[in-house]
Write a protein that binds this ligand. Structure first.
Ligand code: NAD
Ligand code: SER
Length: 317
């Protein structure tokens, strides 16, 4: 079997750091090249090769793919929902052109696989709010959601037309303690743990009853690797798979944190991110992912809260 050599683009971000470390464990440190526009995340230092690279520079990306004998790309560079609403042109440009650059190079160099994440942000106010199915009305109202939905169809197009084996997941909001989140509407669910330990109080930018689909990072990393390792014939959805972990509101996560830190308090000052959150479903039906490649989440709110607080406390010691 051919030795795979993986390029992770956007490796210094919230998902990139943990995904790069997980891939290095499986494929060997030297076979996973981390890359990003910004400097290497401290957690990646000394763990394997790193190149500084802009995914928008197609020529440089192409040179790196050839020079490093890359066989697979994980493309994580993107502008997320909240930052995207502040700079729609940049979000559209990066989220679309970055993907098209990668898909073109994958086609030309006959890469074995490409991974590109979509998001629950593809859904809009006209989609079902509860247990939103894989196939339904999809009318996103954020530039981020529009770019993700268009991206899903580009992935499907490159698979159908050119045979590029590109796979994708519609991640829910991701919660993690290793690398900071990068400008999403669901970031409150990361900030709240840090603030609970630091100040014992969190001022939330969403209303207390705003339910959103969420997932703990270890589940997201496992889902990504399981999807990428599944046999090609099981991957029947070539746009992007719904993926579900848990669903909770700011009030519920605060209540869970209080079981560990009884003096913790929360206040609510909703800002422009409330409208983004209101446009998304509250929970997701991921039965297609479960049926086609065996997806099953492990963490619930209580398990995640235990793990987050334990790890953040250890880090702060
Ligand atoms: P992030 O913002 O934390 O990381 C993105 C990384 O891409 C950053 O390190 C950034 O420096 C890098 N980057 C930006 N522009 C670049 C460029 N031109 N060239 C190279 N690198 C560049 O984002 P994340 O949360 O890790 O998200 C990764 C992917 O997962 C994105 O596609 C995002 O839409 C998707 N996603 C994330 C979540 C979540 O909750 N984190 C949920 C759904 C989907
Ligand atoms: N967590 C992401 C965001 O809020 C969802 O894609 O933008």
């Amino acid at each position: 079997m051919k030795q795979e050599k993986i390029l992770v683009i956007g490796a210094s971000g919230q998902i990139g750091v943990e995904l790069t470390l997980a891939l290095r464990k499986i494929y060997g440190a030297a076979n996973v090249v981390a890359s990003d526009l910004r400097e290497q995340n401290a957690l990646l230092e000394g763990t394997g090769p790193y190149v500084s690279m802009d995914v928008m520079n197609k020529e440089m990306l192409h040179v790196q793919v050839i020079r490093q004998n890359i066989t697979q790309i994980y493309l994580l560079a993107a502008i997320l929902s909240a930052t995207g609403e502040k700079n729609p042109n940049l979000a559209w440009h990066l989220n679309m052109q970055g993907l098209l650059n990668v898909l073109d190079i994958a086609r030309e160099e006959k890469l074995t696989k490409v991974y590109w994440p979509s998001s629950i942000a593809v859904f809009g106010p006209t989609s079902p709010r509860q247990m939103c199915p894989q196939k339904t009305i999809i009318e996103p109202t954020t530039v981020y959601g529009i770019s993700k939905y268009a991206g899903e169809f580009w992935c499907n197009y490159y698979f159908m037309k050119f045979g590029v084996d590109v796979r994708s997941l519609r991640y829910p909001g991701l919660i993690s303690y290793k690398s900071a989140p990068g400008g999403g509407t669901t970031d409150y669910a990361v900030e709240i743990y840090h603030e609970a330990l630091k100040d014992g109080h969190y001022d939330c930018f969403l209303e207390k009853d705003t339910y959103l689909p969420m997932m703990y990072m270890p589940d997201a990393i496992r889902a990504t690797i399981e999807l990428m390792e599944a046999p090609s014939e099981s991957i029947k959805t070539r746009t992007s798979y719904n993926l579900s972990g848990m669903s909770f509101s700011p009030e519920e996560i605060a209540t869970e944190i209080k079981t560990h830190i009884p003096q913790f308090s929360i206040s609510y000052q909703p800002d422009y991110r409330q409208a983004i959150a209101n446009s998304w479903p509250q929970s997701i039906d991921d039965s297609v992912a479960r049926e086609e490649w065996g997806w099953k989440p492990e963490y619930n709110l209580a398990g995640m809260t235990n793990d987050m607080l334990e790890n953040l406390q250890t880090e702060n010691r």
